[in-house]
Design a protein. Structure first.
Length: 144
């Protein structure tokens, strides 16, 4: 059975999927997200690659950290939407808890990479989980 579940079947072109927070499911989610970005995001190849990498880093962080003390992995959900300004907003959400101790906070490079690759980002964490929100402003696609 595929652990990927399509949550939103509308025709707006938005992406919304939830998977179990495992390494295998995270890789499948990255593949699905890459196909969606390639088909729907008007940007050059480098910018689309930046979007995919930043989102995958957030997925990987949730997979590794959110359910570390849980008996079973929970879900990781990726959602996209276009703001009226044309800004692409992607959220990666989990319902777990992260170890935000100083020793863990600066261990990896995922959040630094998200900062470098997105135009803006925010990290919201609480008792109901964590959401990473990443935004990219529309950019003109140069044609030759």
């Amino acid at each position: 059975m595929d652990s990927s579940q399509h949550l939103d079947g509308d025709s707006t072109g938005d992406f919304e999927r939830s998977v179990e927070a495992t390494a295998e499911a995270a890789h499948r989610l990255r593949e699905l997200f890459t196909v969606w970005v390639t088909a729907t995001v008007e940007a050059d190849t480098e910018r689309r690659a930046d979007i995919v990498l930043a989102v995958y880093e957030a997925i990987a962080n949730a997979t590794e950290h959110a359910y570390k003390d849980a008996r079973e992995p929970g879900a990781v959900t990726v959602r996209s939407r276009r703001r009226p300004s044309g800004t692409l907003e992607i959220t990666v959400t989990d319902t777990g808890t992260w170890d935000l101790s100083p020793a863990q906070r600066f261990r990896g490079r995922g959040l630094a990479l998200i900062t470098a690759l997105s135009d803006t980002h925010a990290l919201t964490t609480g008792p109901d989980g964590t959401t990473v929100t990443m935004c990219w402003q529309p950019t003109p696609v140069l044609t030759t």
